[in-house]
Design a protein around this ligand. Structure first.
Ligand code: G6P
Length: 610
């Protein structure tokens, strides 16, 4: 939710900020802006509603002066509609401070009213402007103490980049519950919401913790604890390359990331499966004794990560017989959940920063649960606050609609379920080895499905003008249909719903009419015939039907308009295969509709507000 960047060095800052903002655009793209300090010591700000392209045009015409210090922002609107006026950076009334912000200042209304009573005139409707005006009001000539006084007044989540015209050779960075890193380079330093913005320049970063703040100059970075003391931090080295955050010849990040799935799955599972098929879950200290004492597992997550949890429920319960509850993190946090020290809470999150998932994790922790997280971004807040962390090694995921993160999360759920089943002595060697071998084969099988992409593209063209779609399935097929439906709707804007196939006739079937498209996931062999009956029911009412079928499906007569085959595997691992053609289908339908696939309207990849 919103991306921020800051730069100080020897180079012309505007192109560096614009390039960094483009890489952060997945975090929000309602508007963007930059502030720099120009040669005569004034802060110069340019902002534009819309995508970075708009800002780039404005900067080209407005920027006459070269500056080597600046901050920038790309916005996902919360307080105040998208407009030039509400775009960041926000200035203090006296022109001394400029601020970029990611997060929400929860007490901004009170602060704003107090400032207005004292005569401060606000230029925007945003919560962020309060920070700039407060800095100006509390300014005492010393940035460290001014920032500390200001932070004491703020409630909420914020990462901030701050310029003060009295200190034209420094940028200040603040982090509290919103992500922020500092990129370290010779003769230049950066601040950014995310590594992708700076990986082109450096692979050495500091990760600030909550409450910490920093002073960046051309040659130095000083970090301060919330108490104001200077502290030292370890440098974290990033082990992926800039090409991982570029399109590499693909038209969209989403397609690139789908095509990367075999490799991402291989990277996630290979180090964790030993030659003798035993599982080595680095990063988790959960003992066999602790697993035996578990009375319940609760999974908390949002969006597609919640869909992974839905698959996890079936898989973990089947293999361990431990009851699993799967909650939307935004619901869990306010439902007074029944959790104690005999509960394991599994938090699933690509970004590791999703506000609701983090709050749900804290809620479960405060009630005594052990926290195990499945996270993609190393060192993210959710990872830092967990007792055990399993990293998906998916590499950076840029497209707002997740694909490779979803697939790698699934594989860790399988491995975790197997690991626990073994600790509980609930699985025999034969089934254990069958499942492990199925997991090992995933990269190759996923690659074979991706080879069918041109056929799926052809089929997708047929649905470019679709208005409504339904995805149905039973058991694991139902869990996957939730993800397939979300993929389609979020990038193509086609209304789509996922239904447990057996539930359709309790109301929703009344919506089926001539030409409605129903995609049935039929990869659960045990329930194949049941789903086939549901296909017949909708076809009888005029639906156009698509079935996703495993090559091993029972030999039952299935009449439907289109069949998509996927290789067969162990029933519990099937979600990893059946989701792939449906990710491709969503992508190609959106492509045929000329949608903005990587940045769908109103969405952001990392949702750091409630
Ligand atoms: C956003 C993204 C989704 C993602 C969800 C949870 O809505 O668009 O793709 O599943 O957030 O994000 P997380 O980073 O916690 O997995």
């Amino acid at each position: 939710m919103c991306g921020i960047i800051g730069y100080i060095g020897d180079n012309d800052v505007a192109p560096i900020l614009l390039d960094g903002l483009e890489r952060l655009e997945y975090r929000g793209y309602d508007s963007a802006g930059i502030s720099t300090i120009n040669r005569n010591g004034d802060i110069f700000t340019t902002k534009a509603k819309g995508k970075i392209e708009q800002l780039r045009k404005k900067v080209k015409s407005e920027y006459k002066d070269i500056s080597t210090i600046g901050i920038g922002h790309t916005r996902w609107a919360t307080h105040g509609k998208p407009s030039d006026r509400n775009s960041h950076p926000h200035m203090s009334m006296d022109g001394r401070f400029s601020v970029v912000h990611n997060g929400i200042i929860e007490n901004f209304s009170e602060l704003k009213a107090d400032l207005q009573n004292e005569g401060v005139i606000f230029a925007s409707e945003t919560d962020t402007e309060v920070v700039a005006q407060l800095l100006a009001k509390l300014y005492d000539g010393d940035m460290r103490s001014t920032i500390m006084k200001t932070l004491k007044k703020l409630k909420g989540a914020y990462s901030l980049g701050i310029l003060c015209k009295d200190f034209p050779n420094e940028i200040w960075a603040v982090r509290n519950a919103s992500p922020l890193i500092i990129g370290l380079c010779e003769n230049q330093n950066f601040l950014a919401s995310d590594i992708t913005a700076v990986v082109k320049y450096t692979k050495s970063i500091y990760q600030l913790d909550d409450g910490e703040f920093a002073r960046l100059t051309r040659d130095n970075v000083e970090i301060f604890a919330p108490t104001g003391e200077k502290i030292s931090k370890n440098i974290v080295k990033i082990d992926w390359d800039v090409s991982a955050a570029e399109k590499g010849g693909y038209q969209h990040f989403m397609l690139k990331e789908i095509m990367e799935e075999p490799e991402a799955i291989a990277k996630t599972i290979s180090p964790r499966i030993n030659d003798d098929n035993s599982i080595n879950l680095d990063g988790i200290n959960l003992t066999a004794e602790q697993i035996k004492n578990l009375k319940k597992i609760c999974v908390v997550a949002c969006g597609s990560a919640w869909h992974v949890g839905m698959v996890g429920k079936y898989v973990i319960e089947e293999l361990t017989r431990i009851p699993v509850e799967v909650d939307l993190a935004s619901e869990f946090r306010y439902r007074n959940p029944i959790i104690d020290e005999n509960c394991l809470c599994i938090a699933i999150s690509q970004s590791g920063e999703t506000a609701d998932t983090l709050a749900a994790l804290r809620e479960a922790k405060s009630r005594g649960a052990r926290i195990l997280s499945i996270v993609n971004v190393v060192g993210s807040t959710i990872a830092n606050e967990s007792d055990d962390v399993l990293y998906t090694w998916a590499g950076p995921e840029i497209a707002v609609a997740t694909t490779k993160a979803y697939s790698t999360q699934l594989t860790l759920v399988y491995l975790l379920a197997l690991y626990m089943a073994q600790a509980l002595d609930k699985i025999d060697d034969k089934e254990y080895n069958e499942i492990i071998n199925a997991i090992r084969s995933l990269p190759e099988q996923v690659a074979s499905i991706l080879e069918q992409k041109d056929e799926i593209k052809e089929l997708a063209k047929r649905y470019a003008y679709l208005e409504h779609a339904y995805f149905i399935g039973r058991n694991l097929d139902y869990a996957v249909s939730l993800e397939a439906s979300l993929k389609l709707k979020e990038i193509s804007y086609i209304h789509s719903e996922a239904y447990a196939a057996g539930e359709l006739k309790h109301g929703t079937i009344s919506l089926i009419e001539e030409g409605t498209v129903v995609c049935a996931l039929c990869c659960c062999d045990r329930l194949f015939e049941k789903t086939v009956s549901n296909i017949k029911e909708v076809a009888a009412r005029g639906a156009e039907t698509i079935a996703v079928i495993s090559e091993s499906s029972p030999n039952v007569q299935l009449e439907c308009d289109h069949k998509i085959y996927v290789p067969s595997t162990h029933e519990l691992i099937m979600p990893s295969l059946e989701v792939i053609p449906l990710q491709l289908m969503g992508y190609y339908i959106a492509l045929a509709r000329k949608c903005n696939i990587d940045k769908p309207r109103n969405l952001a990849k990392s949702v750091t507000v409630e």
